[in-house]
Design a protein around this ligand. Structure first.
Ligand SMILES: [Fe+2]
Length: 221
């Protein structure tokens, strides 16, 4: 397996292979599949944020009542495009990413006819359906219904009509979701990535420097 790192910065998203754990850039030249996967990932990450950043302002809506209690308000928080190949039209709000509790709370919105990449859970999840319908091979969910997912679940959610979900993830040592791209590349979205997008606006999301926050593992050559 070949590990590489993808970064985004304020000037737009840029790919970096400098943090490679296994492959040097020279080695990547010899791994055509790896280079192709990363190029696709970078392209998809780059475009949504660049396209949407101009019209948004910071809108944090979390109130900390005391050290053990907060109020989360998502009403005016921006929907962020999910920066994964194949997830175009799926948006997220990271309402809370608590490193101490190893818990992340998000809302997800599927536009009609969209899907998430196949993903494998290192976390537990409760995915409550607020509106619309969504499904994966194991079941279909409508308003008021929730998916109760343990570690190890491996599935590909989609929605034909569109849907909005409220999801609580309980991580395992900061690990959350391994997303499997059609080419076999694994994009690992764990606590550092999720924390970076907690409560941010689109404008702020475009400025997040997530170098070293996203690990991409290419399929074996
Ligand atoms: Fe899932």
């Amino acid at each position: 397996m070949h590990a590489i790192t993808v970064s985004m910065n304020g000037a737009g998203c840029k790919l970096s292979v400098a943090q490679s754990k296994v492959c040097s850039p020279a080695m990547l030249d010899d791994v055509s599949g790896c280079r192709r996967c990363v190029r696709v990932f970078w392209t998809v990450v780059d475009r949504p944020f660049q396209r949407l950043t101009a019209t948004n302002q910071p809108k944090r809506r979390t109130t900390m009542i005391n050290e053990s209690m907060s109020i989360l308000r998502d009403g005016e928080q921006d929907w962020l495009p999910i920066p994964l190949p194949g997830a175009e039209g799926v948006f997220v709000k990271v309402l809370k990413a608590d490193e101490e509790m190893d818990r992340v709370v998000v809302k997800i919105r599927f536009e009609p006819g969209t899907r998430m990449p196949r993903h494998i859970h290192h976390c537990r999840a409760v995915a409550y359906t607020i509106s619309g319908h969504w499904e994966y091979d194991e079941g279909k969910f409508g308003p008021g219904e929730a998916a109760w997912e343990d570690e190890g679940n491996d599935h590909t959610p989609w929605s034909d009509e569109g849907a909005e979900l409220f999801i609580v993830f309980d991580g395992r040592n900061g690990r959350y979701l391994d997303n499997i791209l059609p080419c076999g590349t694994v994009v690992k979205l764990d606590m550092p990535f999720l924390k970076a997008f907690e409560g941010v606006s689109l404008k702020e999301a475009a400025e997040v420097d997530v170098q070293n926050l996203v690990e991409v593992i290419a399929p074996a050559a």
